[in-house]
Design a protein around this ligand. Structure first.
Ligand code: F2R
Ligand code: MG
Ligand code: MG
Ligand code: MG
Length: 348
């Protein structure tokens, strides 16, 4: 591959972090127009903004998405294996020790943290299984933190699926929550294995690969004979094939942009794939920026959709495509790069 594996590992974690930091100011601000978002990105890259930030050096803060991604990566690096109890403890410690970020978490996942702590982590999956009257959460909180699994398990597909499931089930046990995380993990993994120096990405092949994998993974008995993610991916494929590109309205309507995994993970994957070609109103040649900016312009759960899209883009392009301003103005960059290096060392 023309891009080093280390660069791809760093790109994946950096992409997840920067999508979260840059998307978070717009989360659920649905009146924000794509023009305002474009100006936000132009300003970040512009000279005035650089000067302003050199003087004051504030940073765009990360939210629960990156806080939990960090825990997953740290657990792998410190334990050298999947250790569910260790990971559950890290989620809980992170939540209770970093009060600045407490209100960025999902409304109900906090109950899991309370119970895990109260039960002294005796069974790291039990509190999650009790969510929503025992149906479990189908929020995107499992998918938003899954990128380290694609890195840590990149050489073994079956271990990767198993690990993605277990990492998710500490907080999300609903099949939609789990399969959403698996799909996002597969997309990051696919990004890692493809080589952008060998010509443009084969968008159709990328999509078909995910479609056939989800067809195998989704158990139809859980959904009245249906395969929800498989179905969403087929819709995504149709949108990608549209002459001149699908408009934002139809993307939001059909793929969604909310906090559920089913209506956000395919949207993030779509953002990455759509950004392989120019998008009207997004004037940049940089495809990492195009991916993240487009994901944010879809509105709704912008931090999470941009974070997931950013992780896929970063895994595909490597860290070289992620330009300086974004690194400089976002919180946590050094720590995430160190974690990517740690995962790379484990994977060597
Ligand atoms: N929480 C936020 N952002 C603040 C919310 C802003 C607010 N809505 C506003 O308008 O100002 N972001 C973070 O939360 C998302 C990840 O959430 P997670 O970890 O999946 O949490 P949870 O609580 O488990 O699920 C989220 C919601 O999904 C619905 N839901 C899930 N399972 C359900 C079920 N079985 N039955 C019914 N509803 C279910 C609930 O509404 C949950 O609250 C990310 O966006 C992250 O950035
Ligand atoms: Mg807001
Ligand atoms: Mg968040
Ligand atoms: Mg969010």
């Amino acid at each position: 591959c023309g891009i080093s594996r280390l660069s791809k590992f760093r790109g994946a974690l950096l992409g997840a972090l920067l999508g979260d930091c840059l998307g978070s100011p717009f989360e659920f601000d649905d009146d924000e127009s794509p023009i305002v978002i474009h100006k936000f990105f132009e300003k970040l890259e512009g000279p005035d903004f650089k000067f302003f930030f050199l003087l004051l050096a504030p940073k765009y803060a990360y939210t629960d998405d990156s806080a939990m991604t960090k825990c997953v990566a740290k657990s792998f690096v410190s334990q050298g294996c999947l250790d569910e109890k260790d990971l559950a403890k890290r989620f809980v410690t992170e939540f209770y020790s970093d009060r600045r970020r407490a209100n960025t978490y999902g409304q109900h996942v906090v109950d899991v943290f309370h119970k895990l702590r109260a039960l002294k982590f005796a069974d790291p999956f039990k509190p999650a299984s009790e969510q929503f009257n025992g149906t479990g959460s189908y929020g995107n909180g499992g998918a938003m933190r899954i990128s380290p699994v694609a890195l840590f398990c990149h050489t073994d597909y079956d271990v990767m699926l198993h690990t993605a499931k277990r990492v998710t089930q500490i907080t999300h046990t609903h099949a939609l929550g789990v399969n959403g995380a698996i799909l996002q993990c597969l997309a990051v993994h696919e990004g890692l294995t493809q080589d952008p120096t060998q010509g443009p990405l084969d968008v159709e092949k990328f999509t078909d690969g995910l479609i056939s994998k989800m067809q195998m993974i989704e158990q139809t008995d859980e959904f009245d004979g249906k395969r929800p993610f498989h179905t969403q991916l087929l819709i995504m494929k149709k949108l990608l094939a549209k002459e001149g590109g699908a408009n934002v309205h139809e993307v939001k309507e059909s793929l969604g942009n909310d906090v559920t995994a089913i209506f956000s993970v395919p949207t993030a994957i779509f953002s990455f794939l759509r950004a392989q070609k120019p998008i009207p109103g997004i004037e940049t040649e940089n495809k990492f920026r195009r991916t993240v900016q487009y994901a944010i312009s879809l509105g709704g759960d912008t931090d999470t959709i941009a974070s997931m899209a950013g992780a896929i883009a970063g895994a595909y392009f490597g860290e070289e495509e992620i330009s300086d301003p974004y690194r400089k103005y976002c919180e946590g960059v050094e720590e995430f790069l160190e974690l990517a290096d740690g995962l790379y060392e484990l994977a060597k």
